[in-house]
Design a protein around this ligand. Structure first.
Ligand code: FES
Length: 127
């Protein structure tokens, strides 16, 4: 059996939503101290809907595939729904990750939550 699913390989080779949103409404950056990988998420939010999302990941193939899939899962979704995104949902959408690579999907969950936290704290200041 192949170590990585076809979906993991596809999102690793052709990651969706790579890049930066200059005027993002929320930005989140997280890292994993053990492997040293870093993930940054940018969100554009209007009327409580995630209109656009982009990411930059300096990390392993599973981290890149997880970031890509996570952006696809939350794009166009309400903020509340994106808050519920779990690393398990990301890994399942990728048709699974090897056990020792699950932490890569955790990074994607954390990066999105960090960006949403940033969005929420910015909004608090404005009101
Ligand atoms: Fe660190 Fe994948 S090995 S995120």
């Amino acid at each position: 059996m192949a170590l990585y699913s076809e979906k993991v390989m596809d999102h690793f080779r052709n990651p969706r939503n790579v890049g930066v949103i200059e005027d993002a409404d929320g930005v989140g950056e997280v890292g994993n101290a053990k492997c040293g990988d870093i993930m940054k998420m940018y969100l554009k939010i209007e009327d409580d809907i995630i209109q656009d999302v982009k990411f930059e990941t300096f990390g392993c193939g599973s981290a890149i595939a997880s970031s890509s899939m996570a952006t696809e899962l939350i794009k166009g979704k309400p903020v509340a729904e994106a808050m519920e995104l779990t690393n398990k949902a990301v890994a399942e959408a990728l048709d699974g990750l090897p056990a020792y690579k699950m932490h890569c999907s955790v990074l994607a969950e954390e990066a999105i939550h960090a960006a949403l936290d940033d969005y929420h704290s910015r909004n608090k200041k404005e009101t």
